[in-house]
Design a protein around this ligand. Structure first.
Ligand code: ADP
Length: 441
């Protein structure tokens, strides 16, 4: 017990002893000891009840009443209760201020933020940006199911995916189709989810400008390059033997530039594409074409094996898939020293079909693997140049696979070789038509 309370307690006990002693004395004088003691005890009890009632009244009263300055236990109790009450009030005020500040921050965010109840998918709260970007109205939309409210976005399934929901990229806003949104679902507690929608219109426009620029520049470069290339071809090194090394270097470089321009144009075309042709890709002929290409590139320096363990075809674009696979094959040949092996294999796996290209070449250090499909990303610039690479091959592969909802997996070990595998979903598999197993045109 703190000293203050202890002294209040002894004081009150002292008072009781005094009252009883005074009653005893009076009783002795008047010859009515028990009556005097009983009356005094009754008085003490009545006084205590009266103080108890006052404490209760103070606790429930909304007004602040002054506290008596006495030293007794009841005054001490009132003081303690008042101190506790004030502490609680101050804490509540601080919490409310903090809550308001957080709400103000969330409300002022430029991104639309919506709190959704997990089980019912009903809207619990949203900020002002959700009105501008998603057309939600306060208070009418509080308590409404979000999937139905944003029907144009078709997000019910996406919301149902919960923790596994991938961000929705480049979705049109329900308020205006000119506004493009990226949506993310963040399960921040057991019962509540946060839906965040960000306006990416400007970014998309910039991206479009960049794409157009690259496509236009590449297109414009094509004609002058063809002319230069044509004239270089016409020059006969035998007429001027001293120019021969220069001429062959110029030819090599102009070929590289042409390849670069072609790859850039391919990438621009793939980027602009929303969907992909859906035809039957005859994998039998695709594999024989890849074998021929690998052997032509290798010119007998490697052992090329092709295995078809699946015996099925794919649904997609023959032209784009061929360009992706032949990029992988060409990389395998270019980054494998003479004497190595290149194994092309088509096989089923648990979730679909895999086309893999394995080589026993230089391999790639693990640190480079995540960035390999970026444009112009090269592990070794000199080796890529030497081998005639543009640095765009794997970016093209990734784009083609994305368009087919497939994924590229890369495994590699330095000095032992690499494995590039393209995984296609089961929905892309088609039973093979025996008439289409010839070579590709
Ligand atoms: P490049 O035209 O330079 O080959 P890519 O985009 O096709 O460009 O490949 C990017 C980089 O990945 C290459 O520069 C090379 O360093 C590395 N790489 C790709 N395939 C292989 C492979 N089979 N073995 C080793 N390294 C590879």
């Amino acid at each position: 017990m703190p000293p203050r309370s202890r002294s209040a307690w002894t004081r009150t006990l002292g008072q009781l002893v005094l009252v009883l002693a005074a009653a005893l004395f009076t009783g002795l004088v008047l010859g009515q000891v028990w009556l005097a003691l009983a009356l005094a005890a009754l008085g003490v009890v009545a006084w205590h009840y009266w103080r108890l009632r006052r404490v209760l009244a103070r606790l429930t009263s909304r007004q602040r009443q002054p506290i008596a300055s006495g030293e007794g236990v009841w005054n001490e109790l009132e003081r303690q209760l008042r101190a506790n009450q004030e502490n609680m009030r101050a804490r509540k005020r601080r919490l409310v201020a903090m809550l308001r500040a957080y709400r103000a921050v969330a409300a002022a965010l430029p991104d639309a933020v919506i709190v959704v109840e997990r089980n019912t998918q009903r809207v619990q709260w949203f900020n002002a940006a959700a009105t501008g970007l998603l057309g939600l109205r306060y208070p009418g939309d509080i308590g409404q199911p979000l999937g139905e409210r944003l029907r144009t976005l078709q997000i019910s399934h996406w919301l149902a995916a919960g923790r596994n929901a991938e961000p929705l990229l480049d979705a049109p806003s329900p308020t205006s189709s000119d506004i493009r949104l990226n949506l993310r679902l963040i399960p921040y507690s057991e019962d509540l989810w946060l839906v965040v929608a960000r306006d990416v219109t400007k970014m998309m426009r910039l991206e479009q400008v960049r794409r157009d620029f690259v496509a236009n520049v590449s297109h414009e470069l094509r004609t002058p390059l063809t002319v230069v290339h044509g004239y270089l071809d016409m020059l006969d090194p035998q007429e001027h033997p001293e120019w021969a090394p220069m001429l062959s270097e110029m030819q090599l470089q102009s070929q590289r530039m042409t390849q670069l321009v072609e790859d850039l144009l391919t990438l621009s075309r793939l980027e602009a594409q929303e969907g992909i042709d859906s035809e039957t890709v005859a994998m039998g002929s695709m594999l024989s074409t890849l074998r021929r290409e690998a052997e032509a590139l290798s010119q007998g320096r490697h052992v090329v094996t092709v295995e078809d363990a699946a015996g099925v075809d794919l649904r997609g674009s023959t032209k784009e898939l061929h360009s992706a696979f032949s990029n992988l094959v060409s990389n395998a040949v270019r980054y494998t020293p003479a004497g190595g092996t290149i194994a092309i294999r088509l096989a089923r796996d648990d979730d679909g079909l895999v086309l893999s290209v394995r080589d026993s070449g230089f391999g790639i250090p693990a640190a480079h693997l995540p960035r390999l499909t970026e444009r112009f990303y090269r592990v070794s610039t000199s080796r890529s140049r030497e081998s005639g690479g543009t640095g765009l091959g794997l970016a093209i592969v990734k784009h083609v696979l994305n368009l087919h909802h497939a994924r590229l997996e890369i495994a590699s070990e330095v000095g032992r070789g690499s494995l590039f595998s393209c995984h296609f979903g089961a929905e892309r598999i088609e039973a093979r038509d025996p008439t289409t197993s010839g070579a590709m045109p």
